[in-house]
Design a protein around this ligand. Sequence first.
Ligand SMILES: [Zn+2]
Length: 268
Amino acid sequence: MIPLRRPTADDDLLRRCAERTEQIRKLGATSKAAQSQWSAAADEKSGIRALLFRMAPGVGRCMYCLNSAGTDIEHFEPKSRRPLRTFCWHNHLLACSHCNSNYKRTEYPCDDFGQCLLIDPSVDDPFDHLELLPATGKFKAKTRKGDETLRVFGLNDRFDLVSGRVDAYVKCRDVLIAWYRYMVGGDFGEAELRVHALHREPFADVLRAIEDMARLPYASLALGSELATALEAWLATARGTVPEGRLLANVPTARPEASAVLPSPMDG
Ligand SMILES: [Zn+2]
């Protein structure tokens, strides 16, 4: 998971959602009423889905596993638990059907004070609760919320996710280093292709974990000087995105030990 910024819903969508909520209230605010209103709300769901795709990472990825395509509008607080939040825009996330139907389902664990113990990526920074060790593909919980999130979504138990993160780590490393070489060599077109590849990569949390490691004082030791230098440039250029024509001026000079192993792609 990575933190997500929720866009503002337009007034028309909010008005229609409020009318649906009013209907649920009139029908007794039951789970059955919520389900019937939700099933009938094709237009509202289409508007909600469009907004969720805008806030989803990569190309409409599931906001929980970040691997599969997000297909379902997921109610963070289940409809059955709080029928009147069925049409609340702040209760909607985009999930793949596997996360939604096989893992999250109607889970909503809470502490003794009624506070939810699952990470909501539109509210929380998941990295406050989880540490991702990219080389192993596994998370370590930092808080109880992190623990419960790992348990409910099986984030460390699903082979496709764990092995996918390891693969993503290898790909991110290689692409970041290639990006840096193209930047230094002045081939901004090729560099730009790698920026897009990194931003669309599934497992956006792997890239975020690598970026966080680059900020550590021992980054060169942990990542190797070649990757650490590339990451320093990546972060200094707002994750690879800089105005056209001024790219090179924004790239920090490579460290002496790194420049020796970073030939320009023009040199072959
Ligand atoms: Zn998923």
